[in-house]
Design a protein around this ligand. Structure first.
Ligand code: FAQ
Length: 311
């Protein structure tokens, strides 16, 4: 036990300043951050799949180039976040192993299929939109490497959201079939996107401590209703609608009241029973195995360079 370290940690948190990798921190803080950050990293990596699925079928060369760049950005975010997580003392192989063996969580949203081109619009607009709403406050997270990673990631996510919105806008101005396809994508992604913010506050075991440590700044429900308030305006520009007839702003509480979400479905998806869980993990394992030669070659090259330096 490090009494001086603990005193310093408490003071840093109290003055809303930053903890850095070499600072003393409680084991529970290290563990909870490792949990959240690694889940976040896994989400970025698994999150590449629904969109990668459409790269070969993008409707034009321009759309294909944009989508490829977006999916590459997601890979970058994943690598960034794995590096930040490693500063807490768990190495990349261990984190990766947790994902590949199905022991680690990743965002529920990526277990839903991307069925049509309009889904690329809905993912950009709603999924990246939810990601931004959740992640902008994380730019101020008390752990330095996480907060700094979030700043860069949020900039790229804003661009991703606009490209999604623009896909939907173009479809909404197109033929009747295109308008229908856009509306159908929004209908399917709306509730799963709201679930990205996590369980309701009454059912969120980590929130209280994470907020006391200045990791999370707002509760799950608070961010969720704010996000709804954003998209309710944006959907008007699209001339489309949200599949939530009861949605309204409550003057008294200053909150957006949205529909009740299906938490049984949420739990099912988290425990591996969503529409694409098995497929996503199988694909990730396959990609990891196919990449073995790259890892071996990179390690051999690093050894060779080290030997040359030592000579
Ligand atoms: N999916 O006590 P809480 C992206 C788990 S964006 C799966 O409320 P916490 C960008 C939670 O981990 C998506 N699991 O937990 C992109 C906990 O389990 P544990 C990634 C969920 O941590 C866009 C349990 O339920 N973003 O990738 C979910 O205080 C497009 C109890 O929950 C982030 O990870 C869920 N939706 O709050 C990429 C953001 N919700 O760990 C490609 C950072 C909850 O105790 C394409 N993370 N769980 O076993 C966070 O802000 C938080 O971790 C929350 C959950 C808000 C997700």
């Amino acid at each position: 036990e490090d009494i001086e370290g603990e005193r310093r940690f408490d003071a840093v948190i109290a003055e809303d300043s930053r903890i850095e990798p070499r600072d003393w921190m409680p084991e529970s803080y290290r563990k909870s951050l490792t949990r959240q950050m690694s889940q976040h990293a896994h989400s970025e990596i698994i999150g590449m799949q629904p969109e990668a699925n459409w790269i070969t079928r993008a409707p034009s060369l321009k759309r294909k180039a944009i989508l490829m760049a977006k999916v590459q950005d997601e890979a970058g975010h994943g690598l960034y976040l794995y590096s930040a997580t490693e500063t807490l003392g768990t190495d990349r192989d261990t984190l990766n192993d947790q994902l590949l063996t199905g022991r680690a969580k990743y965002s529920s949203i990526f277990n839903y299929p991307a069925r049509t081109w309009a889904d690329m619009g809905a993912i950009g607009w709603l999924v990246d939109g939810a990601a931004i709403a959740n992640q902008v406050p994380l730019c101020r997270a008390s752990y330095g490497p996480y907060g700094r990673a979030m700043v860069r990631i949020c900039k790229e996510e804003s661009f991703h959201q606009r490209q999604g919105f623009e896909i939907l806008l173009e479809l909404s101005r197109g033929s009747e079939a295109q308008q229908k396809m856009a509306q159908d994508a929004i209908n399917r992604f709306y509730a799963p996107a709201l679930m990205m913010f996590g369980p309701s506050d009454l059912d969120s075991p980590n929130s209280q401590q994470s907020m006391a440590w200045n990791i999370k700044r707002f509760s799950n429900d608070d961010l969720r209703q704010r996000f709804v308030g954003m998209i309710v305006e944006q959907v008007k520009v699209l001339g489309l609608s949200l599949p939530d007839p009861d949605l309204r702003y409550d003057e008294a509480s200053g909150q957006w009241l949205h529909m009740e979400l299906d938490w049984d479905e949420f739990k099912r998806v988290l425990s591996g029973g969503g529409p694409c869980n098995a497929q996503r993990l199988a694909r990730r394992r396959e990609a990891h195995e196919n990449g073995a030669w790259v890892r071996e070659a990179a390690a051999a090259f690093a050894r060779k360079q080290q030997d040359e330096q030592d000579e």
